[in-house]
Design a protein around this ligand. Structure first.
Ligand code: C5P
Length: 213
């Protein structure tokens, strides 16, 4: 099985020294990659800036912006069976990127434009036997919002977790696995255990698809 995983934040530059980003550490994506490698799969990670040491036998493609991540995902998706989008992609980017460091002393407005939804674009064009997994990080109405995202983004599985999970690696957190066939599984686990559970679910989805295609 070939698995493509995205991880970490994206950086949307305003000028050469400033950017918009978020506190994603990329930990979960790398834990899933490690687990997938242990299971004998071919793994590629497309990662925004994260401080995680290289993993033996795993190809890491480094990116910064959401647009860069989208290009790399599109190039690689056709060659894989599974895409797992753990990346915390910035929803917006500055409408204009200044070439020189901005020197504005007074109050000013920064215009932002929406970034494309990588997950949605990819799952729209996926082949029948490809599996796409997304994440939903929510500050309230976790299940309700995740259900909407599952439908809108047309993914096979979405993992819903609370924002308190950002940067947290050791603590157990309550999360929900929502499947496109309507099943919902509640889990209470660490990120490491989630990586294990998620891959098990992905393996089941892949074998079911291969039976029906
Ligand atoms: O930001 P949101 O909660 O909508 O993200 C849900 C899922 O969509 C995540 O898997 C994330 O990686 C993905 N996403 C994306 N492109 C964006 C925003 C989010 O692929 N522009």
């Amino acid at each position: 099985m070939r698995i493509l995983i995205t991880a970490g934040p994206t950086r949307e530059y305003i000028d050469p020294v400033r950017f918009i980003s978020n506190p994603s550490t990329g930990t979960l994506g790398f834990l899933i990659a490690e687990r997938a490698k242990e299971r004998g799969y071919d793994v590629i990670i497309i990662a925004g800036p994260c401080n995680i040491p290289q993993l033996k036998g795993i190809k890491v493609i480094s990116v910064e912006s959401a647009l860069e991540m989208k290009n790399r995902v599109e190039e690689n998706f056709q060659f894989v069976d599974v895409l797992i989008m753990t990346a915390a992609v910035s929803d917006w980017r500055p409408a204009r990127v200044y070439k020189q460091k901005i020197k504005i002393k007074k109050e000013w407005n920064l215009k932002l434009v929406p970034n494309p939804d990588i997950l949605q674009c990819i799952s729209m064009g996926k082949k029948e036997n490809q599996i796409v997994v997304g994440f939903a990080l929510e500050s309230k109405n976790i299940l309700e919002n995740a259900k909407k995202k599952l439908k809108k983004k047309k993914v096979d599985l979405i993992v819903a977790n609370p924002v308190s999970n950002f940067g947290n690696t050791l603590k157990k957190t309550e999360m929900f696995l929502l499947f496109s066939d309507g099943r919902i599984k509640k889990v209470l686990c660490t990120k490491k255990h989630l990586a294990y559970l998620l891959l098990r679910e992905v393996e089941i989805l892949v074998s079911r698809k291969n039976r029906t295609v």
